[in-house]
Design a protein around this ligand. Structure first.
Ligand code: UD1
Ligand code: UDP
Length: 366
């Protein structure tokens, strides 16, 4: 019997950590053939290739080279390029992950061609439609045939929206699979020592949400707040390209550059970044994935956002939502380190196995 062709869509930095464990799990299965599609939404070496290397992914089977643009340009560009591949190959499944523009674009292509679409990390809701990702999540979930959720709150969101329970399966958090897969290398990496930092003597910062970095006043306020916390705790800030471009455009880099208590770096590879995070006193971020990784590791996290689509990270006790003007105070009253607390249910490094099993069952293979 012909193997079931499962196309896995990877596009931007956080996607690679979600696709890799599933790709590796499906490669073990004789009933299926995983095919890797890279849309090219992220393309710099340190936003893409570095992750293929760290996560041991092969060259993609298809590269759409779509690149950056407005939302419509990027979403439309991915749709036009991906439709050609779907028409040629007629895969049995299109699997999309996360909530980026390429996620909704490929889900739309599959759904319109009558190809079953499955969404990994379905059901997350911030309730804030000013976030581009919230629109992507709502639209992707509405048209996907299978909704694999990371946590029970996501199931509840989908049921509240009237989704047929037969489409929903709580499979757990796939990013934890990536962490567990690379844990030995992360523990050996020792990046803090290489940067001359002492364990828990520094704070890691990541920022890239348009609501934080695209507005010059907001970005200035954030950089000033980071400068203020650096005087008491060294700040290490691997800067996302969107943030670096904006900071240059608004002439704000000088607020942090050249200070002995701030280390600005290019975006880091996954193994290096997680090595830095595991040694940090705390993390200050607006990233979705980083809120989850700190929750799993029990590391205090301050999230510079008004809301989160990952409320379990807050109820777990390690994550707090903070406003820029409250950052300094929040740093003085950090959430406790919770290395001893069990992670949320099904954040166990076995999500890829559960997803593979779900796909096999839904493909009618023994
Ligand atoms: C995208 C996702 C966001 C996700 C983030 C992860 C959407 C709408 N946004 O945001 O959900 O959290 O990725 O990092 O899909 N750029 C480079 N090199 C690259 C990639 C981007 O220089 O390799 C610069 C370009 O100037 C580009 C800008 O970053 O215009 C923004 O890139 P884009 O992919 O549109 O959005 P992100 O902010 O990266
Ligand atoms: N990450 C990384 N290097 C960095 C910053 C983040 O490897 O310099 C990883 C991080 O560990 C997590 C993922 O990138 O696995 C999160 O991606 P990002 O913050 O870009 O997107 P989001 O999760 O907000 O969509």
């Amino acid at each position: 019997m012909k193997p079931v062709e499962v196309q896995l869509i990877a596009a931007a930095r956080p996607n690679f950590m979600k696709v890799a464990p599933l790709y590796h799990a499906l490669r073990q299965e004789s009933w299926c053939q995983p095919i890797l599609v890279h849309t090219g939404q992220h393309y710099d070496f340190n936003m893409s290739d570095a992750f293929f290397r760290d996560l041991m992914l092969p060259e993609p089977d298809h590269h759409l080279n779509v690149g950056s643009g407005t939302h419509a340009q990027q979403t439309g560009g991915v749709m036009i390029a991906y439709e050609k591949i779907c028409q040629e190959r007629r895969p049995d499944w299109v699997v999309v992950v996360g909530d980026v523009n390429s996620t909704v674009a490929c889900a739309l292509v599959g759904a319109k061609l009558g190809i079953p679409v499955a969404h990994l990390e379905a059901g997350l809701r911030s309730g804030d439609r000013r976030m581009p990702e919230e629109i992507n999540r709502l639209a992707t979930d509405a048209i996907s045939d299978v909704l694999w959720t990371p946590s029970e709150d996501a199931d509840r969101n989908l049921l509240r929206e009237g989704v047929d329970p037969a489409r929903i399966e709580c499979v757990g958090n796939i990013m934890i699979d990536s962490y567990e897969m690379l844990r030995p290398r992360i523990e050996r990496e020792e990046l803090p020592g290489k940067l001359g930092l002492t364990r828990q003597g520094y704070v890691v910062v990541t920022l890239h949400r348009p609501s934080n970095v695209d507005d010059p006043r907001q970005l200035r306020e954030l950089f000033e707040a980071l400068g203020a916390i650096a005087s008491s705790r060294h700040v290490v800030f691997p800067m996302h390209p969107r943030t670096r471009h904006r900071a240059r455009e608004f002439d704000l880099l000088s607020l942090l550059e050249g200070r002995s208590d701030v280390t600005l770096t290019e975006p880091l590879g996954y193994v290096e970044f997680m090595s830095l995070v595991t040694g940090a006193a705390a993390v200050v971020t607006d990233s979705g994935g980083v809120q989850e990784e700190t929750t799993y590791l029990g590391i205090p996290c301050l999230t510079l956002r008004e809301n989160t689509e990952r409320p379990v990270t807050v109820t777990h006790g390690t994550n707090r939502l903070v406003k820029p003007q409250m950052l300094q105070r929040a740093m003085a009253e950090l959430p406790p380190r919770r290395g001893d607390k069990p992670p949320p249910p099904l954040w166990d490094g076995r999500t890829a196995k559960r997803v593979a099993e779900s796909l096999r069952r839904r493909s009618g293979r023994a």
